[in-house]
Design a protein around this ligand. Structure first.
Ligand code: CUK
Ligand code: CUA
Length: 633
């Protein structure tokens, strides 16, 4: 984009900014009306589109064979997965199935994945929103990525040495786990997550389900290593997004339904909702002192953090806030206004005084800059700038944090540096390393919910648009449009030096440890033996694979047998993954080099059933197959 073009865009933005009336008016009426729905393309939008097209910047080009500088971990929304992106190329490098069921890898079908899914093994879908990597001293440590499932109230952990899920838990006492973040300092001992939907505290269907006074939302604190809920905190109102500080002391969550409304109108009645701040040391002490209750027949300690409690403080902010973001200098929690055109800046160094009752909740607010319509999420660079998505304006506002604070003190400063059109309706945005002390101000990605005219039409369902923006200079420059399938809510951008995945599996990986234990009980050496174990109606078929053959050309079972096929891939060569697919049985899985994988099914069709390798592994990959003989009795 040329300077002139940028200037004219800025002018347009300033004109809109001056339109105070429109901004102030924005509230309940606008929300219920057309305001919240994606507006149709305006002439200005078309003009912006044309301009963006001429703004090719060389900086995003990653030449063939070259590697990206950053990993992106993107959620897949209601696709239920996590995706690994390369930044700045915006190439999708890998998909990690998590809450979804995956045909290629057999996730959700294999015995290993069912074991990891545990009590939710029969749930085949999910809604993943917030992928966040574990940290040490406020910096990514490359160990785990955690992700929530709003649909089924679950949290999963991806182990980054293999980029597979190794733990999944269902959070009790809550419904719809939404906001999720990690403790940053001193390290990720805890993963924190919000229960969004309000439900009766004892949700057993026995009491009146319509008595809203019994409804609660709970904040959950999960032990990151054990993947168990350490404790929960009952709050007033509901909970939306959350984040942690850089001191290891406080967590903060937004609440958009302090009214405890049960429909839209009720939920947006109050002019103010709040941010809840949790005092970690006090919560831990309360658990230790036994000051908790348990509910619904589980053992999770539930603390009472409602108003008046010593464990929490409630900071009123303009109505219905959404995103919660901590600035990488550790100074501020930022609550994004959504229905208010503002972001509320909470000074973290005032929270001690707040918890000691020396100041009032609103005294912690040091700035409330007015940015535009529908602020949802804020990202940061290391130079004191914040980047806030404006959902309704389809823009990103770049603003100066300290100047916004000065403006709140009454000084006449224009804290807004630039507003960049994005296409269209952005939700989350994310800067390179911007959720850590290593924020470097190079890249910003805007996860836009609508793409409209940006790509070739593909029918009524359109892709979303992940836009890459160069923020290394004084002005933001749009450099790439990336179509994505439903629906990256949130993404984190992590420098490649932090992530060190393995090239082949370790033979003692815990993901298939239980399968190896069964082999041991069966007296089978999975690294060399091909053997059929008959155990009543159950048949366990152990076979090896080396490109392009299975260790077993055929095996016999009886109609109705429960068959488990356990394949160990002896190949040690990087990238030589085999598959196992049993035709006509809905059975398919991936077996990585040096891994063992197993899958169980009922042999319910008589006759010859071929099995084959479906990961292309060799010039003779087509020949890599064998027969299961199913005898009709
Ligand atoms: S939420 Cu989707 S745009 Cu689930 Cu983080 Cu804000
Ligand atoms: Cu083994 Cu294809």
């Amino acid at each position: 984009m040329s300077n002139e073009e940028q200037k004219s865009l800025n002018t347009k933005n300033e004109v809109e900014l001056d339109n105070e009336g429109r901004r102030k008016f924005f509230g309940k009426t606008a929300l219920i009306g057309a305001g919240v729905v994606a507006a149709p393309m305006t002439a200005a939008m078309f003009a912006a589109t044309a301009k963006a097209k001429s703004s090719e910047a060389a900086s995003s080009v990653v030449h063939p064979g070259e590697l990206d500088e950053y990993y992106g971990f993107w959620s897949g929304g209601h696709s239920g997965e996590v995706r690994i992106m390369g930044i700045p190329s915006m190439r999708e490098l890998m998909r990690i199935p998590v809450f979804n069921t995956d045909s290629a890898t057999g996730w959700g079908l294999t015995d290993e994945s069912k074991r990891i899914k545990g009590e939710s093994a029969d749930i085949m879908m999910g809604d993943s929103h917030h992928p966040h990597m574990s940290m040490t001293d406020g910096r990514y440590n490359g160990k785990y990525v955690f992700i929530n499932d709003k649909a089924n109230s679950r949290v999963a952990r991806i182990r980054c040495n293999v980029m597979k899920v190794d733990k999944m838990i269902t959070i009790p006492n809550v419904q719809a786990v939404h906001g999720l973040r990690v403790q940053k300092v001193p390290q990720t001992k805890y993963v924190i997550c919000n229960g969004e939907f309000e439900i009766p505290m004892n949700n057993d269907g026995k009491d009146s389900m319509k008595d809203v006074s019994t409804y609660r939302s709970l904040f959950s604190v999960i032990d990151a290593e054990k993947m168990e809920v350490a404790f929960q905190v009952i709050v007033d109102g509901n909970l939306d997004n959350t984040d942690a500080d850089y001191d290891g002391k406080y967590f903060a969550s937004t609440c958009y339904n302090s009214e405890m409304g049960m429909n839209l109108g009720e939920m947006i009645t109050s002019e103010r909702d709040h941010v809840v701040v949790f005092n970690l040391a006090r919560c831990e002490a309360a658990v230790k002192a036994g000051k908790f209750k348990t509910h619904n027949g589980n053992k999770v300690p539930v603390l009472d953090g409602r108003k008046g409690s010593k464990l929490t403080r409630y900071i009123p902010v303009p109505k219905s806030p959404h995103g919660m973001n901590t600035s990488p200098d550790g100074k501020y929690f930022m609550a994004n206004g959504k229905l208010s055109p503002t972001v509320s800046i909470i000074a973290i160094d005032k929270l001690d005084a707040l918890f000691n009752d020396e100041i009032k909740p609103r005294d912690t607010i040091v700035g409330e800059p007015e940015l535009g319509l529908g602020p949802l999420h804020t990202a940061f660079d290391q130079k004191g700038f914040a980047y806030t998505t404006l959902f309704l304006d389809s823009q990103i506002a770049k603003w100066n944090i300290e100047e916004a604070i000065q403006a709140y003190q009454g000084k006449k400063v224009n804290y807004i540096r630039q507003k960049l059109d994005v296409h269209y309706q952005p939700g989350h945005n994310s800067t390179s390393s911007g959720e850590t002390r290593d924020a470097d101000g190079k890249w910003l990605v805007s996860l836009c919910k609508f793409s409209k005219d940006r790509f070739l039409p593909v029918g009524p369902l359109k892709p979303e648009n992940d836009q890459l923006i160069d923020i290394s200079g004084d002005t933001m420059k749009l450099v790439h449009d990336g179509p994505t399938f439903a629906e990256p809510h949130d993404g984190t951008i992590i420098h490649r030096s932090k992530v060190k995945p393995d090239k082949v599996w370790s033979r003692d990986d815990s993901i298939f440890a239980e399968t190896l234990a069964q082999a041991k009980r069966d007296g089978v050496d999975t690294m060399s033996e091909n053997k059929v174990i008959r155990d009543g109606n159950k048949v366990r078929v152990y076979m090896t694979s080396v490109a392009p053959t299975y260790g077993m050309e055929s095996f016999n079972v009886k109609l109705g047998n429960e068959v488990t096929v356990i394949v160990t891939n002896l190949d040690q060569v990087e990238d030589v993954t085999h598959g196992f697919c049993m035709t006509n049985h809905g059975v398919q899985m991936e077996i990585g080099p040096q891994a063992t994988a197993s899958i169980t099914f009922t042999a319910n069709k008589p006759g010859v059933q071929w099995y084959y390798c479906n990961w292309f592994c060799h010039a003779l990959h087509m020949e890599m197959r064998g027969r299961m003989f199913v005898e009709a009795s």
